[in-house]
Each structure stands twice: as structure tokens, then as C-alpha cells.
Design a protein around this ligand. Sequence first.
Ligand code: FAD
Length: 301
Amino acid sequence: MIVKNFFMHLSENQLLNKAAQNYGFKLGAHSVVAGTNIEEAIGSIKELNAQGISCTIDNLGEFVHDKAEALEAKNQILGVVDAIHQHRVDAHISLKPSQLGLDIDYDFCLENIKEIVAKASEHNIFINFDMENYARLQPSFDLMDELSKDYNNIGTVIQSYFIRAEDDIKKYSNYRLRIVKGAYKEPEAVAYQSKEEIDANFIELIEYHLLNGKFTSIATHDHNVIAHVKQFVIDHNIPMEKFEFQMLYGFRKEMQVELAQQGYNFCTYIPFGTDWYGYFMRRLAERPQNLNLVVKQVFTK
Ligand code: FAD
């Protein structure tokens, strides 16, 4: 827990974020971040597509403080839409509302995301709203609900550690949903804290959405959960086209390929960009063993 808190604390440090940008693509981040620009990311996506794996692209960006930074992020993501279309890769987009100005001005953020969703819709590209911390949860659902009046290429994430997740999954059951355990540090008042409670809720929510018949992305590196889902879909005759497994780029690479080879829909989450610091620290907080990845990168260079 102390180690987790340590990395989580580092992930929120804006000064270190800036330093990391200047320091460049070091600290081993390139093992879990697919490049600093879209060209590099597209190269990684083509390799994964060739192995039957689709991708969701996250143009990394956190700590957006002003409208100019949010507009810059919007333009970059519009560039990602173009790149997916031009390269004809099997990929969609994951974005974070805070990156598009959610903390600055809700309506401004709505307009930014609308522009992205509209352009993506023209090319039949799906947009996933990643879920961030608790304070941004309801506003993110509200953005999605607002945009769903005009577009159907959107969906979001349900974080199983939230006590309200059970109500949310029912309320948002019409959407394509990615279900995860939850990555941020949240207080007891709103989130389960023990691994047992989070894992149990995770399974319940996955089963609920699979039975509900809407497309479900099961995003986890947990082999126990994956094994459970494999059996559950057989027992309940859930068609393969109704769900996929998702994992992060660079994690359990062999298992990713194996699941795709076994015929499951598989999607790899591809983070790229210069703003890799917060993402990288959250991965270390989740699993300090991920430090092994870093050490390996440092010594094998
Ligand atoms: P864990 O609970 O971390 O691990 C369970 C067990 O699996 C471990 O004890 C170990 O035995 C095994 N294991 C895990 N990782 C490895 C590994 N690398 N190598 C070997 N064994 C391993 N969170 C959000 O809050 N919002 C989001 O929008 C969001 N999107 C995500 C998208 C994707 C594609 C993924 C995969 C995760 C996302 N997350 C998101 C993060 C998620 O909430 C978890 O924090 C993260 O996935 C860690 O939980 P886990 O389910 O992978 O398993």
C-alpha cells in the first residue's frame, strides 16, 4: 500500500511531469508507451493488427490548465482520427475529458469533444471516454449523455471499485462499456478498498453487461478474471462478437497474442505522446513489479 501511494502521489506531481517531458523518453517508459508521436504509434498498431489485434489509441495528455492546452489536445486527437482513417488501421480512440478542458469549463469541453466525435462519426470510428477520478465521473457521464443525442459512436468505462458502479452500469446499460477495476486512489466513502471486494464487483458488473447483450470490453491483465469470463460466455451462450478482452500496450504481451489466436476479439490500449509521465506512474502504482519492465529497459539499452 505504501508503494502504491508513493507512485500515485508521483503521478499527480505536475513539476515532475514537466521534467519528464524534457527528460525525454527515458525511465523505461517506452516499454509501455508506443512512441512519442502518431507515426510511431501507427507503426505499433500495424504490427498488432497483423496479429489479429485491434487497438484503442490514447493521445496522452494530463494536467491541462488552460483553454489553449485543451485546444491543442483537441487538434492532436483530430489528427489521430485522420491517421486512423488514412492508414486504414483497425483502431478507435480513447480520450480523457480532462484533457479536453473538463476542469476548466464544461461547455467548452463539450464543444471540443463534440468536434472529435463528429469527425470520428464520419469515418465510423468509435470514441471511448476513459474514466478518471471520482470528481470527474458524473460530468463525464453527462458529456456522453449529451452527445449521444446526436451520435452513437461513443461509450465509456465503468470502474468496479466505485460503490455506485452497480447503479451506473444499469443506468448506462445502452452503451458499449469497458469494465475495469479502477486506477485512481479514491476514498472509502465512495470506493471499495479491498482487492476481494473490487474483484467480486468486477465479475458481477462484467456478467451483468454481458447478459444485457451490449458490447462489453473486459479490460484486465488478471488471468483469473479472464478464465472466469471464458467459461461464463460458454455457459450463457454469449456470442464472440459481443465482447472483447483489452490489455495495456506492453503488458502480458504473450497472453495478448494467445487470446487473439484463440479467436477472442482482442484490443490493445495504445498510449502515445510526450505526456507519458502520469500514465506511467499509475502503472507502477498498480503493480510495483512493473518496475521490472523499467529495470530491464534501462539495462538492455
Ligand atoms: P490487477 O488487479 O492489477 O492484477 C491482478 C492479478 O493479475 C495480479 O495479482 C497478477 O497475478 C496478474 N497480473 C496483473 N498484471 C500482470 C502483468 N503485467 N504480468 C503478469 N501478471 C499480471 N482505469 C481507470 O480508472 N479508468 C480507465 O478508463 C481505465 N482504462 C483501462 C483500459 C485498459 C485497456 C486496461 C487494461 C486498464 C484500464 N484501466 C482504467 C486500469 C484498471 O482500472 C486497473 O487499474 C488495471 O488494469 C490493473 O488491474 P487489472 O485488472 O489489470 O489486474
